[in-house]
Design a protein around this ligand. Structure first.
Ligand code: 5GP
Ligand code: ZN
Length: 150
């Protein structure tokens, strides 16, 4: 039973069209499994998306080879962004499912050059539930890991 049910009807995925060259994009790099291009909505100058060429929706749908290729391309793009945009920091982010903020349901990773004065604030609420609760969470995850195939 899939956790994430948001999909795009076949033939209507914007990133599939972009990968196929059917809609324009400022492309910067590609390999067999991934394509890197400028995000149309720049969080900061130099904001790139690294997408899988194959239509996968979330990280859960990637093959091990695609997962590795996405990180490899993101790392290369991050190195280039550091140089080209004098980044003081680099943010890599990707969202899986509408509840997590995903808006385009074709797998992609954001690479965003960061600067100490860029005013970009992520508000992560944090609470420290204590060692006992953390051990409980860890036990749930270890059990789920043991029960899942890869
Ligand atoms: P998500 O919220 O799904 O992680 O991000 C989707 C991203 O895709 C957004 O940052 C948005 O600006 C970008 N985007 C949406 N449509 C297009 C498009 O047609 N071309 C490009 N280059 N980026 C797009
Ligand atoms: Zn697609």
């Amino acid at each position: 039973m899939p956790l994430f049910v948001d999909t795009t009807p076949p033939g209507q995925c914007i990133f599939c069209k972009l990968v196929a060259g059917e809609i324009p994009a400022a492309r910067i790099h590609e390999d067999e499994l991934t394509l890197a291009f400028m995000d149309i909505g720049q969080v900061n100058p130099g904001h790139v998306l690294v997408a899988t060429k194959r239509h996968a929706v979330t990280v859960l749908d990637l093959s091990p080879e695609e997962a590795a290729a996405v990180m490899r391309t993101a790392q290369r793009v991050a190195r280039a962004a550091e140089r080209a945009f004098a980044a003081e920091g680099l943010m890599l982010a990707q969202f899986n499912g509408r509840a997590a903020g995903q808006t385009v349901f074709h797998y992609h990773m954001h690479v965003v050059p960061r600067h100490s004065d860029d005013g970009l604030a992520l508000s992560w609420r944090r609470q420290e539930p204590g060692a006992e609760v953390l051990q409980g969470y860890a036990a749930r995850l270890r059990e789920a890991l043991a029960a899942s195939p890869d």
